[in-house]
Design a protein. Structure first.
Length: 301
């Protein structure tokens, strides 16, 4: 009796019978583990250039391209102090110039594109479909096609070497992508809101300002974030229209660290590049929630 009881207890607690649920659980979680491992690998690959830039900003110029990997052997924090004052003006001047251009571009796009989008989405006028189609065609035009006529026009206006060519067009609703994005968002709003406002005696200006505009927060936030990122990193148009070193923006100033005829200061270049991406990271971090909501509720999806 005792022997049978011990045999039964040993059979129940035998480890040979236990792994079956464990193996099944591992088999069930294997795809998830592989998927997360793949995502982590892709994140590491995507972030490696940024990590390499940060590490290179702390290396002497002589060891930036000779040392491999992202581990520091020597620490050269003077790259930041030297890079800050290495050019004709302190780097704060270029940061301020970029901030002025970015702020003007963001305000211009928010005002002009939202008003244009409301007109396309809610108003009825002649050649509306044709105008909307032409607006969409402007999205396909590369900047290299437009830059020469724009330069000629702005040169005749005396705007070269000023911030006006970079800011004023934004107040004329020249970014068709943001117009399309806001049009799709406004079309998703119920027209009953407009009809209720008209019953109360509201016209189009009041409907736009008091009804539609407060509901467009996700689309406006998406426009502001994209405009900030694209304008902050814009190099070509800022290089064309700005010739005075005192008017340089951050991308143009970073290019000044590389001189084909003299010694290039790569350590200072990477140090100032690290500082230049901080505003973009901050803007994306605080606006990520609105950015995802705006893309999900507009034609961006």
């Amino acid at each position: 009796m005792t022997t049978d009881h011990l045999t039964h207890e040993t059979a129940v607690s035998s480890p040979a019978l236990a792994p079956a649920p464990t193996r099944e659980r591992r088999r069930r979680h294997a795809p998830r583990i592989l998927r997360h491992g793949l995502f982590i690998t892709l994140v590491i690959v995507a972030l490696y250039p940024v990590l390499w830039m940060v590490v290179s900003s702390l290396r002497p110029d002589g060891s930036i391209f000779t040392d491999s990997g992202i581990f520091l052997d020597t620490f050269a924090a003077e790259n930041y102090t030297e890079g800050w004052s290495a050019l004709t003006h302190p780097f704060s001047t270029y940061l301020l110039n970029s901030a002025i251009v970015v702020l003007g571009s963001v305000i211009g796009n928010l005002i002009a594109c939202s008003m244009t989008a409301y007109a396309f989405a809610r108003l009825s006028f002649r050649f509306k479909k044709s105008a909307f189609a032409i607006m969409l065609l402007t999205i396909m035009l590369p900047i290299h096609v437009l830059i020469i006529p724009q330069y000629v026009l702005f040169a005749q206006l005396g705007w070269i070497n000023t911030f006006l060519p970079l800011i004023v067009p934004k107040f004329l609703a020249t970014d068709g992508f943001f117009i399309f994005l806001m049009v799709q968002f406004i079309r998703g709003l119920p027209r009953e809101l407009d009809e209720a406002a008209r019953i109360d005696g509201a016209g189009h200006p009041r409907i736009f300002l008091q009804i539609i505009l407060p509901l467009m927060t996700p689309a406006l936030a998406t426009t502001a974030i994209f405009t900030f990122i694209w304008t902050w990193g814009d190099f070509f148009s800022q290089l064309v229209f700005l010739t005075d070193p005192g008017k340089y923006t951050v991308p143009v100033a970073l290019r000044s660290f590389i001189d084909a005829q003299a010694n290039s200061s790569y350590g200072s270049l990477f140090a100032m590049s690290v500082l230049s991406i901080i505003p973009v990271l901050v803007a994306f971090t605080f606006g990520q929630r609105y950015l995802i909501r705006g893309i999900a509720t507009t034609g961006g999806k």
